[in-house]
Design a protein around this ligand. Structure first.
Ligand code: GRF
Length: 233
């Protein structure tokens, strides 16, 4: 059975789209059952509706506490048949910390994509912070979510060269292109039962050492992307 997924978004949802596209292409054995947001105008919700996927959105400010908002999301996700053990939750630009109660409902089954090479530049402006710092290598990370921001065990990372004076937007755009490769790849591994967490380390069964990208998108990805997930030339 395809792994049932819930996806949480607060914005454009391009990472959600990248996962949906790879599901359609037959590269991920999963099904997005519901997309949730704390922002009614999140474009990610439109992407879901367009594909007939159920959506739920409520401003978190309507709830008496962070716990109450998360408890409602746990209920909605459960109502769509996404349970601990068989399903998973993807954060795709969801701009809120999850409570321990939420994480306990889906142990080792919540993934996040972050636009920086963790543990460098956690937080809301990862790519911009890396650009401002003047790093020569930037990138993105997919990690399991724990109670600390952008902190859980790392599944896959991709690095891109950063140009001095390039500007945050240009760097973020190149990073986003790679996010759209590594997030679907990580989800495919999760759905296929190929990920095992051992402390801070994530074992990816049958994975290969890091690979380099192509001339249009120079990058270093570790573990290697598999066919179907490589950047377009
Ligand atoms: C991405 O850069 C992601 O890494 C970060 O938020 C952004 C979301 O973009 N967590 P989108 O909504 O998926 O287009």
């Amino acid at each position: 059975m395809p792994m049932p997924l819930a996806v949480l978004v607060s914005g454009g949802g391009s990472n959600l789209q990248s996962v949906l596209d790879k599901i359609d292409a037959g590269c991920i054995d999963a099904e997005v059952r519901v997309v949730l947001s704390n922002k009614a105008d999140a474009f990610g919700l439109e992407r879901a509706k367009k594909r007939g996927i159920a959506t739920w959105s409520r401003p978190h400010t309507e709830f008496s506490s962070r716990q109450a908002f998360d408890a409602e999301m746990v209920r909605v996700i459960g109502d769509h048949g996404i349970c601990s053990g068989t399903g998973a939750v993807l954060l795709a630009g969801f701009m809120r910390m999850l409570t321990p109660e939420f994480l306990r409902a889906f142990p080792e089954a919540v993934l996040n994509i972050h636009p920086a090479l963790l543990p460098s530049f956690p937080g809301t402006h990862g790519a911009a912070d890396a650009a401002a710092y003047g790093v020569r290598l930037a990138g993105c990370s997919v990690h399991f979510v724990d109670e600390i921001m952008d902190h859980g065990p790392v599944v896959i990372q991709a690095a891109v060269p950063a140009q001095p004076g390039e500007g945050a937007d240009a760097l973020a755009a190149r990073i986003l292109k790679l996010e759209h490769c590594i997030y679907p790849q990580a989800v495919a591994w999760l759905a296929a039962g190929r990920l095992k967490i051992e402390g801070r380390h994530v074992m990816v069964r049958r994975s290969h050492p890091a690979t380099c990208g192509n001339a249009d998108l120079p990058c270093l990805v570790s573990p290697a992307l598999e066919p179907g997930f490589l950047p377009e030339p």
